[in-house]
Design a protein around this ligand. Structure first.
Ligand SMILES: Nc1ncnc2c1ncn2[C@@H]1O[C@H](COP(=O)(O)OP(=O)(O)OP(=O)(O)O)[C@@H](O)[C@H]1O
Ligand SMILES: [Mg+2]
Length: 155
């Protein structure tokens, strides 16, 4: 579990680091109070890191925006860039050995009980999103497809 200041600092560090390394502008916007489950927290960190690495390697972007917000029903992470963009269907068909980033991100998010999406197109930049229902994000519900934790001894 990590507090809001801890999370904010960590994301801000990722932003400062990115800017220094790449020279690409980076805006970090965190408006999410409360603690998150440690699994989701780790997933959010890794998605941010991989998405920013993709921006660095492929996007030729002028700017990237990282947003982590608590909405009414869910916690949403978004990494958006204004770079060259790409065709998601073509990227998906090449996914595998040499291109594991997007696929790995998606799998991590879905295993942790969230939903993952990608929007892009040639010349349109790219937006990666990971969304978790509050119960899941805050570690209060087992992710889909996995048994919940049983408290107490069996009868
Ligand atoms: N933000 C982006 N802007 C432009 N193109 C992108 C972006 N993100 C991904 N792509 C395109 O999608 C492809 C697949 O990305 P993915 O992260 O899955 O693999 P990779 O970055 O090529 O390799 P890996 O992540 O395994 O080191 C990339 O090779 C690139 O062509
Ligand atoms: Mg990648």
């Amino acid at each position: 579990m990590e507090s809001l200041p801890g999370r904010r600092d960590r994301l801000r560090d990722q932003g400062v680091d990115f800017r220094r390394r790449t020279g690409v502008g980076c805006t970090i916007d965190v408006t999410l109070a409360g603690r998150l489950g440690s699994e989701v927290e780790t997933v959010l960190y890794r998605v941010t890191r991989e998405a920013m690495t993709n921006v660095e390697k492929h996007a030729r972007a002028g700017h990237v925006w990282v947003t982590l917000v608590g909405e009414r029903a869910a916690v949403r992470l978004e990494i958006r860039d204004d770079g060259v963009g790409f065709d998601p269907a073509a990227a998906a068909s090449r996914a595998g050995r040499d291109h594991y980033g997007l696929l790995g991100m998606r799998e991590r998010v879905e295993l942790a009980g969230g939903t993952w999406s990608l929007r892009s197109g040639p010349g349109r930049g790219a937006t990666v999103r990971a969304t978790f229902a509050h119960q899941v994000a805050h570690g209060l519900a087992a992710p889909h497809g996995r048994p919940g934790v049983t408290v107490g001894s069996p009868a």
